[in-house]
Design a protein around this ligand. Structure first.
Ligand code: SF4
Length: 341
């Protein structure tokens, strides 16, 4: 549990993000967190760069609508201070916080307070030699995290979440797969330092999606160089596309081609607009011709497929009726409305 949010153990994947405002600006931090919470963010991580961040952190924790995770590097005293400030989880970086006695003190304090620890390795904290070689990087991240976890376990503490983020998609995927094969600790999956927005969206989608489709990942954070709201929105799109979340209608539409018999592009826009606020777990097809159209439409809960002179309305694999092409959208939406009410 991170506060009141369960992570791992077969629970739905938890979306989290990280504050981008300065630690001293509690007001802005709360505004940002409220926006993220409204978008579905469940946990918020906060940088704790120095001791001056602790007092504002305390005020932030007292008012935050989301459980707060302290992001700690280099200095274990900041972890101890953050725990006293009221955080619900502590992230330690094995690449820069290594002293065993210092780790022990943090672990004991977390044990007392019932807080989990994220062992969060990052390729940027791995020594220079390993950074130039994918295999070395995978081994360095994995060995560092496993050894860290083993030490923490030796202290009688198993409330651990693991992350092993790289900035390279292949390395990231390889190291998470290796970790998933070695341990059953919940995994926080993400890709770090993803680059400009368009590149970050594609790279994050491939990196996280390729793990999530195989059931790897218990909590996700998309890292984008931009508004954290985009991180949360993209995280949900990745979860939906990976089959880890089905919380609204899925529209299946063909790309159209020279065989297309009707205005599929216009119809899809109208259907998408009509369903944008729906939370029904349904699949709706809009297809352009008889080649793949009826087949796809039949596999969905509802659908329309264009024919030569008219269109066909489907429901759960059965033809409901033949309809005029111009009535395609209205007939489909009428059927949906009737069935959902
Ligand atoms: Fe083309 Fe028909 Fe396939 Fe649509 S369903 S892309 S119109 S062949």
């Amino acid at each position: 549990m991170v506060g009141d949010v369960a992570v791992g153990g077969g629970e739905p994947v938890v979306v989290q993000s990280m504050l981008k405002s300065p630690p001293s600006d509690v007001k802005q931090a709360l505004v940002q967190t409220e926006r993220l919470a409204e978008a579905g963010c469940r946990l918020i991580r906060v940088a704790v760069p120095d001791k001056h961040a602790l007092e504002p952190l305390k005020r932030f924790c007292a008012e935050s609508p989301l459980p707060v995770i302290a992001d700690i590097h280099f200095n274990y005293k900041l972890a101890l201070g953050a725990i006293e400030s009221g955080v619900s989880k502590v992230r330690l970086n094995p690449g820069n916080l290594k002293d065993r006695e210092q780790i022990r003190q943090v672990v004991e304090r977390c044990k007392d307070k019932g807080l989990p620890i994220r062992v969060g390795a990052n390729s940027g904290s791995i020594k220079e030699r390993s950074r130039r070689d994918e295999r070395l990087m995978v081994d360095a991240l994995l060995d560092g995290v496993v050894e860290y976890c083993q030490y923490i376990e030796s202290l009688g503490f198993r409330d651990i979440i693991v992350s092993l983020k790289a900035s390279d998609v292949q390395t990231n995927t390889a190291v998470y797969r290796a970790m998933a094969g070695r341990s059953d600790y919940p995994l926080h999956v993400g890709l770090t330092a993803t680059g400009p927005m368009a590149q970050g969206v594609v790279r994050s989608s491939i990196a996280l999606g390729s793990l999530l489709v195989d059931g790897i990942g218990d909590t996700v954070r998309v890292s984008l160089t931009g508004d954290p709201l985009r991180e949360v929105e993209l995280a949900y799109e990745i979860l939906r596309a990976s089959g880890r979340l089905f919380d609204r209608p899925v529209i299946v539409s063909c790309p159209t081609c020279g065989r297309c018999e009707g205005d599929v592009i216009g119809a899809v826009e109208e259907v998408a607009e009509a369903l944008k606020d729906s939370r029904e777990r349904i699949k709706v097809a809009v297809m352009g011709c008889v080649v793949n159209g009826p087949g796809e439409a039949k596999e969905c809960d509802y659908g329309v497929a264009c024919g030569v002179n008219n269109a066909v309305l489907f429901r759960k694999g059965e033809i409901v009726k033949h309809i005029r092409m111009t009535d395609m959208v209205s007939e489909l939406l009428n059927l949906l409305e009737k069935e959902q009410n």
